[in-house]
Design a protein around this ligand. Structure first.
Ligand SMILES: Cc1cc2nc3c(=O)[nH]c(=O)nc-3n(C[C@H](O)[C@H](O)[C@H](O)COP(=O)(O)OP(=O)(O)OC[C@H]3O[C@@H](n4cnc5c(N)ncnc54)[C@H](O)[C@@H]3O)c2cc1C
Length: 382
């Protein structure tokens, strides 16, 4: 059953039936003709390449950055053009919702490809679960809410996270004790360099804390859809302390996925700055993991140290370390760490990507000097 079908998931016949970009150019002739033909060919494939596009509205930090070239991937019909653009520019910079990206240059001297394909398809459904294929360009927060309305369960604690569906496996988004990897069955990608389609099973995605194979990759793979397996019986995930506190005094058996989605949304809104008011990318740093030995040393120095035991060691709260270094709520020029959440680096207005990165380095160095623990930036620096 198809719910919405603007997105062609069966790309093979489409790819075989079309003449490639180079083929079309050669048919239209060479020399000056080719130059005139380019604009037309772009329209034939339904993909427009804009030049000198300001990306300010396409990143939640609201950083001014001009992309030399900008195009949108809207459907499987665009694959040939994407490959062609990739070859011509020697690479493409993929952008989803820009909620985890920091542009550091005033001019990005390359081509940005924004992922805008849409559509949700039910692949399998029975009494217990549903398997959904979701186009990468779908808006994550809208998709989660839609699932909650349909009683497709599991993603409630990930409600209201910014960005697109296609970016969620990239850093294995997580919040309130849930990570998206737990619900991903496979990720469907297009290799822009080779034109190869690949379906990567969850076990091969190398999911870890804010990590996947796409974090270390060379940026060649365009994720065009993600397949999720969701339960149809609702079991609220209440293990995380903030969620447990939120539910105090409430009858958990009366909860619905939608009510949970709304509560998580309110919880987030009460703690995180609104990106339309104060540009930010959520948590700017990862929580660092240290060995038991290092943890014992730090704990001896600071008994209030916030930590979580893990299989691989002990995870420390980066927010706590940053706060203890005096950055919480402090403004430095156009940037600073948010007053309610020390992990969120904010743009007070007019900050450049360079200012943001320079300030982040200052935070890293200060925390390192005080604790001997090096924080790692979570956001993607471009
Ligand atoms: C206020 C706020 C709160 C946040 N809270 C959380 C949170 O609780 N947990 C959490 O994990 N994150 C959080 N984030 C970070 C962010 O929302 C997520 O990382 C989100 O998944 C990024 O999606 P995006 O589409 O905006 O990605 P972008 O910033 O556009 O891209 C991020 C990276 O993924 C790559 N990418 C994007 N789409 C694709 C694709 N289709 N194929 C291949 N590569 C792709 C890009 O090239 C880039 O390297 C928060 C951000 C904000 C602003």
């Amino acid at each position: 059953m198809k719910i919405r079908t603007p997105f062609h998931f069966d790309e093979t016949p489409l790819r075989q039936s079309r003449v490639g970009f180079r083929g079309l150019v050669s048919r239209f002739g060479g020399g000056r003709e080719i130059i005139r033909t380019f604009a037309m060919v772009f329209q034939v494939f339904n993909i427009m390449v804009e030049t000198n596009k300001n990306l300010k509205d396409f990143n939640t930090f609201s950083i001014d950055c001009i992309a030399r070239e900008y195009a949108e991937f809207k459907s499987a019909e665009d694959f040939d053009m994407v490959q062609e653009l990739y070859a011509r520019r020697g690479g493409l910079r993929i952008l989803g919702g820009g909620s985890n990206t920091v542009f550091t240059e005033e001019v990005f001297d390359g081509c940005v490809l924004r992922v805008c394909n849409r559509g949700i398809e039910v692949l399998e459904e029975n009494e217990d679960f549903v398997v959904l294929r979701v186009a990468a360009g779908e808006v994550w927060r809208e998709f989660v809410r839609w699932c909650c309305e349909k009683m497709y369960c599991g993603l409630e604690n990930l409600a209201a996270i910014y960005g697109t569906v296609g970016a969620t496996p990239v850093q294995n988004i997580g919040a309130y004790g849930v990570q998206v990897a737990d619900y991903i069955e496979r990720v469907e990608c297009f290799n822009m360099a080779t034109g190869e389609m690949r379906s990567v099973n969850a076990r091969d995605c190398e999911f870890d804390y804010r990590y996947s194979r796409w974090k270390k990759g060379n940026g060649n793979e365009l994720i065009y859809s993600v397949v999720f397996r969701l339960r149809k019986h609702f079991v609220p995930q209440t293990g995380y302390a903030a969620v447990a506190r939120m539910l105090e005094g409430k009858e958990v058996k009366d909860l619905t996925p939608l009510a949970m989605c709304d509560m998580i949304t309110n919880l987030r809104n009460s703690k995180l700055p609104d990106v339309t008011v104060l540009g930010n990318a959520g948590s700017f740093f990862k929580n660092p993991t240290v060995s038991e030995e290092v943890f014992e040393r730090l704990k001896a120095e600071d008994e209030n140290l916030v930590s979580f035991k893990e299989n691989k060691g002990v995870k420390l709260s980066a927010a706590y370390l940053i706060e203890r270094c005096g950055f919480k709520g402090k403004r430095f020029g156009n940037v600073g760490m948010h007053a309610k959440q020390a992990l969120v680096l904010v743009n007070y207005g007019g900050a450049t990507g360079k200012e943001i990165v320079a300030f982040a380095k200052q935070v890293i160095e200060t925390v390192y000097d005080k604790y001997g623990v090096r924080l790692e930036i979570e956001a993607h620096i471009v």
